[in-house]
Design a protein around this ligand. Sequence first.
Ligand code: INI
Length: 191
Amino acid sequence: MAVFEGTFAQTEPLRLAIVIGRFNDLITNKLLEGCQDCLKRHGVDINPHGNQVDYVWVPGSFEVPVVAHQLAQSRRYDAIICLGAVIRGQTPHFDYVAGEVAKGIAAAGFQTGVPVVFGILTADNMQQALERAGIKSNKGWDYAMNALEMGNLMRQLHSRLEVESYRDPQLPVALKSAQASDVSVAPEAMG
Ligand code: INI
């Protein structure tokens, strides 16, 4: 048997997409900066014209899940990062927006098997949002770390499942079509 855990070291093969809500862009731009800073410092090419990260802007957090789902379904990405900011003071329907977005993002991950990071900041007011988007800390950094870890972990798991499916052809492996040559395997994971 084995222990699997994502690492932050082998980022070169990772392909990521970031979906960003324009609503409250004072906050979402800051989250994006934190996210990019983290990815860059872990060796990811964040250039939109490069081949590692695609960016998709949508009007608000409510529109994020449908796009995240579509991107995840394309099988082009190791992880999708969803960025948005829902601020309680600004909307009486805070709970509806925040709740639906959370459910939609979770569904995108469950239904596709691709990690979809919940980077929707919910705050009671603008001050609180600002504090979490750069003044005290930047949650965008954490969301990027989650994506790197999950992207790497899923590559390890896919390779392991692929190997197991060859050993036991009866084994139902949903991801059988994944290209074995396309994935990097942590040596300790293959023990
Ligand atoms: N969208 C947000 O991302 N954050 C909010 O705080 C917000 N408020 O306050 O309403 C918000 N609304 C827009 C929503 O996401 C959709 O874009 C809109 O309802 C159209 O579907």
